[in-house]
Write a protein that binds this ligand. Structure first.
Ligand SMILES: Nc1ncnc2c1ncn2[C@@H]1O[C@H](COP(=O)(O)OP(=O)(O)O)[C@@H](O)[C@H]1O
Ligand SMILES: [Mg+2]
Length: 325
């Protein structure tokens, strides 16, 4: 296997809140190979965004972070603010659900892309303007010349997300982190944005981390997937193997809530995720799990190799062979 371009080890994030310590991320490992699309999936609150905001150095001061985040072998946790800032937007870029949050309403989009380029590269304005138009073209914006002179409010939601992606790839990042980039968009536009992300990965070999609560999105574009639950990775492997033989009850639950062969077979998983101010001592999913036995609540399980994937379920064997409690 090739070296990871982004390697995260034992990442932990705790927020100091008025109600106590909220343990948002509790020991997460991530490996992204060059040019790979890694999907990160899990219900709302499972720690997806916080994990990657930590990697980007974008968490508030109330967060205590430990562990290791290496980009091309260079450690970012504990690095100087200046060092992190020079990486952010250059080698490591992120796009969010709401494109407006990333755009300045009073500046033309072309100028915003130019600024992004010039804040990391020594390029004259004429060349940067030309590059901005090229970038708009790459992300599929028609009449990019004219569009570069317009303001964010003159774009539709989908076109704005394309602009934000153009900004994110302006400095040819090694890794693009896309956090629910299609969640706010309607279905046809969602598909177009996923195509843009795939095209970028194919054209430039950019590695992509695609964060989503939707396994359907993962199935379409990702190569491999980390399934997160209650601040942990509970299962990880290639998309193919996880869809063919999911080896964690939570992943199974997510899969059975997907529309299946044209039939809306929506079966949401019963119950709620744990309160991260006081997470259960063992497997976070045990309180909702039909397969749970006493041992599941005894200690926090780790990911262990199971066939061609990694699962943290101590009953993964029984799950695969179809044995119930
Ligand atoms: N700035 C913050 N302060 C306190 N708690 C936070 C903050 N940001 C996120 N959290 C909490 O951290 C947990 C993980 O959140 P998040 O990573 O945003 O989940 P998601 O998987 O939906 O992206 C949640 O319990 C959330 O409420
Ligand atoms: Mg999120």
């Amino acid at each position: 296997m090739s070296e990871s371009v982004l390697q995260i080890r034992d990442l932990r994030v705790t927020f100091n809140t008025q109600l106590g310590e909220l343990r948002a991320v509790r020991g997460v490992d991530v490996d992204v190979a060059p040019g790979e699309i890694l999907g990160v999936v899990g219900e709302s609150g499972s720690g997806k965004s916080v994990s990657f905001l930590a990697a980007m150095g974008l968490l508030p001061k109330s967060a205590t972070i430990s562990g290791s985040v290496k980009l091309d072998g260079v450690e970012l946790i504990g690095a100087s603010r200046k060092a992190v800032r020079s990486v952010r937007g250059k080698s490591l870029a992120m796009v969010f659900q709401d494109p407006l949050s990333a755009l300045n309403p009073v500046h033309r989009v072309g100028d915003q892309i130019v600024e992004m380029i010039q804040s990391h590269q020594d390029m004259n304005t004429h060349d940067a303007e030309k590059k901005a138009v090229e970038l708009l073209e790459i992300v599929g914006i028609p009449q990019p010349d004219e569009r570069a002179r317009q303001y964010p409010h003159e774009f539709s939601g989908g076109m704005r997300q394309r602009v934000v992606i153009a900004m994110a790839i302006a400095n040819n990042p090694k890794v693009l982190i896309a956090d629910e980039p299609t969640t706010a968009l309607d279905v046809t536009v969602q598909a177009q944005i996923l195509e843009v992300i795939q095209r970028i990965q194919q054209t430039f070999g950019t590695a992509v981390v695609l964060i989503t609560h939707d396994l359907g999105v993962i199935a379409r574009v990702a190569d491999s997937v980390n399934v997160m639950y209650a601040g942990r990775n509970v299962e990880s492997g290639s998309v193919q193997s996880i869809f063919d033989h999911p080896s964690h009850p939570y992943t199974r639950g997510l899969l059975s809530s997907l529309p299946h062969e044209g039939i809306e077979r929506l079966q949401p998983i019963a119950g709620f995720p744990p309160n991260m101010l006081a997470p259960p001592p063992g497997c976070g999913f045990a309180p909702r799990c039909q397969l749970a036995i006493e041992a599941c609540s005894a200690e926090l399980p780790s990911l262990v190799p199971f066939g061609d994937l990694l699962s943290s379920c101590i009953r993964a064997d029984d799950l695969r062979s179809g044995i119930r409690s």
